[in-house]
Ligand binder design. Sequence first.
Ligand code: 3PG
Length: 211
Amino acid sequence: MNAMNLIAVKSLVPVVVIEDAAKALPLAQTLFDAGIQSIEITLRTDAAMDALETITKASTGLAVGAGSVVSPEQLIRVQAAGADFAVSPGSTSRLLDEAEKQRFPLVPGAATASEVMNLLDRGYTLQKFFPAEPLGGLAMIQALAAPIQSVRFFPTGGINASLAATYLRDPSIHCLGGSWFVPKASLAAGEFEAIARLAKEAQSIALSAAG
Ligand code: 3PG
């Protein structure tokens, strides 16, 4: 199922690597207060599932995504944990089959024209483009979107505050993700004021690019 309607257009999505689930709720509140509309909790740590569940149960106002979902089994788990959507760095037939069977919103990843076209064939107009900067960044996205006009991208990987506005202004970009405004070390240290500052700065970039 397509996740396009769950992630606001021209928004910035924090890609979060969390080691301590107790930090999940204060983080979600900090981000929401800064104007951020959604969050992606990556399944890369032991604490990620607990963090995801804590945020979904608390109804923080954020759309909650699970990131780094690479197997159908993980998709089933994040759906059970209350996630609103899932994001994958790529796609497999098993993952897509499961998402479609469960009617669960998934943003699968693509990096080549054939991958983009295969996902479009299955109805995924919103696709993650990962890892964005190593793959050629916005220039690569524009080259792909020129002949394949119906796709919208959610790029992540190597993006930072100085690149964000240029990405967001491109018509083929639906939203943009990155970890730069929730630095792992700041989160581990519970530095929520520092995260609030970075998230507000990110949000003002998104607002000015949208306007
Ligand atoms: C992702 O999982 O989408 C990326 O690892 C985030 O990339 P970044 O840490 O370079 O922002």
